[in-house]
Design a protein. Sequence first.
Length: 237
Amino acid sequence: MKLLKTAVLAAIMTSSAIASFAQSAEEIVTKHIEATGGEANWKKVNAIKMTGSMTIQGMEMPIIITTVNKKAMRMDITIMGTSNYQIITDKEGWGFFPIQQQQKPEPMTADQVKESQDQLLVQDEFLNYKKDGSKIEFLGKDDMEGTEVLKLKLTDKDGKEKTFFFDASNYYILRQSQKVNADGKETDVVVNYSNFQKLPAGITFPMTIEQEQTGPINFTSVEVNPNIDESIFKPAQ
């Protein structure tokens, strides 16, 4: 009987711990949404245009990223006088990089398009995560270069996992990491976010985004819900 009571007690404590972690994850998400503009402001974001420059090996390259929520994204980047672009939609994608001697736009594979779908999201990723079929899990606290962070794992309906690092002092996302399949190989992709600014639309946005495998992108302008000619999401013939 004593052993049974101990087992029951342990089960209750484990269940309480799980509930506590789940509650902590929900609290982090709620505070993050509030800190970056609130649910009402984020739900108004249907498109976004980011203008800035990417720096790689000391070379600065103008870049424009135009995205319509869950529909299409186009990245234009000027490299050594050549105009290059990548287009991703909810169904297909193309790349045109004359800097790599390409003569015409080349279609992306179905796997590449599927892997890139999260780039079509302009609203905060946690805004509708339940509706999208995703789950969250609190992974505890950590130290990121002297800053206390809260780690949260997001698992989408397809089983793809991402880990987010929230600044414990303001609930901004400082880092995102995930495993990505590229050319048949799985690789860790880590993206850091900084230089947060509040936009006229009422949301707070990172004006510097840096992927560890490349250089930083510094945005000088971020427009929310600009007029977009959606013909730009088709490759030039």
